[in-house]
Design a protein around this ligand. Structure first.
Ligand code: NAD
Length: 458
């Protein structure tokens, strides 16, 4: 059992804290947002994430929440930095949250040996930056040096929102970058139940079949930091590649889903992240690809593949607008019903959501946009500045619509009663921007159905 502090109660920090407490560690999660902390104390979660509430309930007694560094840091053996690193004005991430948190940690470190672990996604060199900030802040606050009582590590996070707890318990690998072997040892011990899969799985998150020991990859600091960006950029370009080919498939009469299946069966390629659609978004891929480009520029190393992946991605939204325009003649005055607002299913995260970017493009062309999402509507009402209309039910969404666009592949959209909904449309056109619906069925029901990279019929 270790004493752990997690700084930042966002998707990463809260999930990490909950999972570590479930595994038996003593965890304090700290956030500067007092309302968030107060909510957490009363059981109000700041975002929607499947199983988070249940895992927190099972970890009760081992996890606390605070907004005060002095209540979290002095006793901690391991301190995780899980604050936000949003895009800065020049493409590279804004490290001001990391800086403020590192300085506050430094001011409050106790007398024992502490490992400060960076879980935020940060450019190469940030581990050293954090170490320097912590040491300086400690010296200023205490008038003495930390010397050997501090080690820093990079422990990039690979969780997927919507499956964050599953990914924390059953990760593909755990990466730790550190120069000090004591940091590696502390993290190996902390993660041992996950590495060995020796913990009793929560009943609602059973261990996957064929789950073996989890690889523990130890590297130098810089490599661990680069691994995170490399992983995200690779996944992003895999999606962009299939989207690029989807455009070609549409023109030449091929079906991109068959093409993806055909190449995905090659074990060197693999089937995942080959779904053509509206392109990627969310709080990670857009900002991390941009950060990688900024890193390349600073190092004098152009990264044209990453650049192209971004270009293809953002053009993907335009292609959907083009399809609507072609089908409807003009978008001015048309009512477009958006199915889904979150950047992917099973989350209410709207950051850089492709659905919202699409909505903005449609609004620019004079369309009215009405939107539905199974969980993200309350957040959208609070956070989205676009003049969208919101609909709670399929009927409210589709009444008088000139077209419906499926933007987020929530499973429930497949089971909507499309037969009876058809009469609500002004023109029964469905643009399935995620190839998620049963196109054959919609055609049979009398819809015009347009997918991505699939032959057009109806
Ligand atoms: P988030 O915005 O959801 O949460 C960040 C939290 O940190 C907020 O609650 C904020 O109030 C708090 N915070 C800001 N400054 C603070 C300070 N000085 N002290 C204490 N708390 C402070 O962010 P997130 O999505 O959890 O991402 C965190 C990091 O993890 C980012 O670097 C991100 O790139 C990376 N990451 C995110 C994901 C993901 O899916 N969200 C996955 C892997 C990695």
């Amino acid at each position: 059992m270790k004493k752990v502090a997690v700084v930042g109660a966002g998707y990463v920090g809260l999930t990490t804290g909950a999972a570590l407490a479930y595994l038996g560690h003593r965890v304090v999660v700290l956030d500067v947002d007092e309302a968030r902390v107060e909510g957490l104390r009363q059981g109000v979660l700041p975002f929607f994430e499947p199983h988070l509430r249940e895992v927190l309930a099972l970890a009760q007694g081992r996890i606390r929440f605070t907004a005060r560094y002095e209540e979290a840091i002095p006793q901690a053996e391991v301190v995780f930095l899980a604050v936000g690193t949003p895009p800065g004005p020049k493409g590279g991430p804004d490290l001001s949250q990391v800086q403020a948190a590192a300085e506050a940690i430094g001011r409050h470190l106790g007398e024992g040996f502490t490992v400060v672990v960076n879980k935020s996604t940060v450019p190469v060199g940030s581990g050293n930056f954090v170490e320097a900030l912590v040491r300086r802040a400690y010296a200023q606050a205490h008038g003495g040096e930390l010397d050997g009582r501090l080690a820093v590590a990079s422990n990039p996070e690979f969780l997927r929102e919507g499956q964050a707890l599953y990914d924390s318990f059953y990760p593909d690998r755990i990466v730790v970058g550190a120069e000090d072997p004591r940091a590696v040892a502390a993290l190996r011990e902390l993660y041992e139940p996950v590495l060995e899969q020796s913990f009793p799985p929560p009943p609602f998150l059973p261990r996957p079949e064929r789950m073996g020991a989890v690889p523990f990859l130890t590297t130098d600091l810089a490599s661990a930091e680069l691994i995170k960006y490399a992983a995200n950029a690779f996944l992003a370009l895999k999606i962009s590649f299939i989207n690029e080919l989807a455009a070609l498939a549409e023109r030449v009469g091929a079906d991109i889903r068959e093409v993806a299946r055909g190449i995905g069966l090659d074990s060197r390629i693999g089937p995942r992240f080959l779904q053509a659609g509206l392109g990627w978004g969310g709080s990670c891929f857009p900002k991390d690809t941009l950060a990688l480009l900024a890193m390349g520029e600073e190092a004098g190393v152009p990264l044209p593949i990453v650049e192209a992946a971004r270009r293809v991605n953002f053009a993907q939204r335009q292609r959907v607008v083009g399809k609507l325009q072609e089908a409807l003649g003009t978008l001015r005055g048309r009512t477009i019903a958006l199915l889904g607002l979150a950047f992917k299913p099973h989350t209410d995260d709207l950051r850089e959501s492709p659905a919202l970017e699409l909505a903005a493009l449609l609004l620019e062309r004079g369309a009215f946009v009405r939107a539905h999402d199974p969980v993200a509507l309350p957040r959208a009402r609070r956070e989205v500045a676009l003049p969208l209309e919101y609909a709670e039910t399929p009927e409210a969404l589709l009444r008088g619509a000139d077209a419906a666009v499926l933007a987020t592949d929530w499973p429930e959209y497949r089971t909507w009663p499309w037969g009876s909904l058809r009469a609500l449309f002004r023109t029964p056109l469905v643009v399935d921007a995620r190839n998620h619906l049963d196109g054959e069925e919609l055609l049979r029901l009398g819809y015009r159905y347009l997918g991505v990279g699939v032959p057009q019929r109806g």
